[in-house]
Design a protein around this ligand. Structure first.
Ligand code: URA
Ligand code: SF4
Length: 220
């Protein structure tokens, strides 16, 4: 058997058959679908209202999220909230989640653990949780933040620069029963924080999010 198959059976067997937000929250803590649970403090499930019309998808919990057990509570999350509000989207009404539910990191810098992007095998192992979240939340639309979220949905050739800022369809390859009606891809708020020209990068993020705000306003 391939090594990955023994180490990464995938999350499927830990996902409740009829999920609710609270059963997901509980069940994800037991997940051993890949090895990332071992070095993390806890799993971080998505959070937000069950009937949210917008789902925002990031990469994985960061250092703060791993400690607090909530998505987007660190610096990137604060920037995301500000950008949503500036685009006319009430941050409290959004369901936020990540492609991968455990923090992948290696080594320390300045008292913080150094983030490592998840590999595609981690994404593949973890994606049953996202499917379950979609079946519970059934959002009208989804915003994908950055390359990991984009690749998880559109495959390894996805590049943020090629599709950002316009509405695209959810791909049928990921299953369509609970698919969002539209998808907007944009940059990740962490990339805005790292950008040479932060103001410009922030302005571009807000401009992209306005496209999602318009789609929500149009009732689609
Ligand atoms: N970055 C993400 O992609 N997700 C979080 O929850 C926090 C930071
Ligand atoms: Fe399970 Fe995902 Fe955590 Fe891997 S990262 S153990 S698949 S919840």
């Amino acid at each position: 058997m391939a090594r990955d198959e023994t180490e990464r059976p995938g999350a499927e067997r830990w996902v409740p058959e009829r999920p609710t937000t609270s059963s997901l929250l509980e069940a994800v803590q037991d997940c051993r679908g890949c090895e990332l649970w071992a070095d993390a403090t806890q799993a971080v499930m998505g959070a937000g209202p069950e009937g949210a019309r917008l789902l925002v998808l990031g990469e994985q919990p960061g250092d703060r999220e791993d400690v607090e057990g909530e998505p987007f509570v660190g610096p990137a999350g604060r920037l995301l909230d500000r950008a949503l509000a500036d685009a006319g989207i009430e941050p409290g009404g959004v369901y936020r989640t990540n492609v991968v539910k455990h923090f992948r990191w290696s080594g320390m810098r300045g008292g913080r653990r150094i983030h490592q992007s998840p590999k595609s095998a981690h994404v593949a192992a973890c994606v049953p949780w996202l499917r379950a979240e979609l079946s519970v939340v059934r959002p009208a639309g989804a915003v994908l933040l950055g390359g990991t979220a984009g690749k998880a949905v559109y495959g390894s050739r996805f590049k943020v620069g090629e599709s950002r800022g316009r509405l695209v369809d959810w791909p049928s390859s990921l299953g369509t029963a609970d698919a969002p009606g539209w998808v907007l891809t944009t940059t990740h708020p962490s990339a805005v924080l790292r950008a040479d020209d932060r103001d410009a990068a922030y302005g571009e993020l807000v401009a992209d999010l306005r496209v999602a705000a318009d789609a929500l306003g149009a009732g689609s």
